[in-house]
Design a protein around this ligand. Structure first.
Ligand SMILES: Cc1cc2nc3c(=O)[nH]c(=O)nc-3n(C[C@H](O)[C@H](O)[C@H](O)COP(=O)(O)O)c2cc1C
Length: 250
């Protein structure tokens, strides 16, 4: 049984093409229950998941963050939110006197929500589903919060799109173990190792036709994704949104 879990984790990869087959509510519930089993800071479970089934709401989200083909094809959308609001209400109800400023909310709730999200995609895989994370919610956090009627102190962090896979891509490359695993102290991988990793990984990605829209390699992909001038503007907007949602100090 334990090996089955390891196998599921090592074969997981993002799926971006889905069949139109619906996913039953029972399956969705099982995935969410798996998310709830993730470790959680002080047992607080500072996350909420918004199942987005209404086409009008989906349309508003497309307008807010743009459309990706995989979003259009997915049968189920789940917005993963870092949620301190519910826990703060519970504290109030119980008369528990704590202090949670923006940063003390941000750290545990983002970790909780991200761990839950990872459990969700692993569970989805075990149930024969494919999944992909959509991070572009960070491009328009406040609008997403408004569309989903999120109260203050609830932050959308990632959208998970689920569906029955209509593709079977190979797993995508990762750094070799020695580049990410350090012993006792940090050691930057050698330039040779980095170059070799990049060349090999890139070749694999080209072979699996990972790049599209004229992008030829990872370097171009990253430069295109994170252009200097636009990133500055994005960060300023992000800081403003995080402040307004209660997750950055004013
Ligand atoms: C925070 C986050 C945001 C992501 N956003 C997107 C996205 O907007 N669109 C997409 O197609 N994939 C997205 N992905 C998936 C990554 O592209 C993918 O995980 C990565 O390329 C590694 O591939 P793999 O998941 O197949 O191993 C995102 C993943 C993470 C963790």
């Amino acid at each position: 049984m334990r090996y089955a879990v390891l196998e599921a984790i090592s074969r997981r990869r993002s799926i971006r093409r889905f069949k139109s087959k619906p996913i039953s509510r029972k399956v969705v519930n099982r995935i969410v229950e798996a998310a709830q089993r993730a470790p959680t800071a002080c047992g607080m479970q500072t996350y909420s998941f918004i199942l987005i089934t209404d086409k009008t709401v989906q349309g508003e989200i497309f307008k807010a963050i743009g459309e990706q083909e995989c979003m259009k094809q997915a049968s189920v959308w789940i917005m993963i939110c870092a949620d301190m609001a519910r826990q703060l209400q519970l504290f109030e109800l119980l008369g528990v006197k704590t202090r949670f400023g923006p940063l003390s909310m941000l750290v545990p709730s983002i970790i909780d929500a991200a761990l839950a999200a990872e459990n969700m995609v692993t569970a989805a895989d075990a149930l024969g589903l494919g999944s992909v994370f959509i991070g572009s919610v960070w491009d328009n956090l406040k609008k997403i919060a408004e569309i989903l009627k999120l109260p203050r102190n609830v932050l959308p962090i990632v959208l998970i799109c689920l569906g029955y896979p209509d593709e079977a891509p190979p797993t995508r490359p990762r750094w070799p173990l020695e580049a990410v695993l350090h012993e006792n102290r940090y050691e930057m991988p050698s330039k040779e190792l980095m170059k070799k990793y990049y060349v090999d990984a890139n070749q694999q990605l080209v072979e699996m036709e990972y790049f599209s829209r004229g992008i030829r390699n990872w370097a171009e992909h990253w430069q295109n994704k994170f252009p200097r001038d636009e990133m500055k503007e994005w960060e300023e907007q992000l800081a403003e949104d995080l402040r307004d949602l209660g997750f950055l100090p004013c």
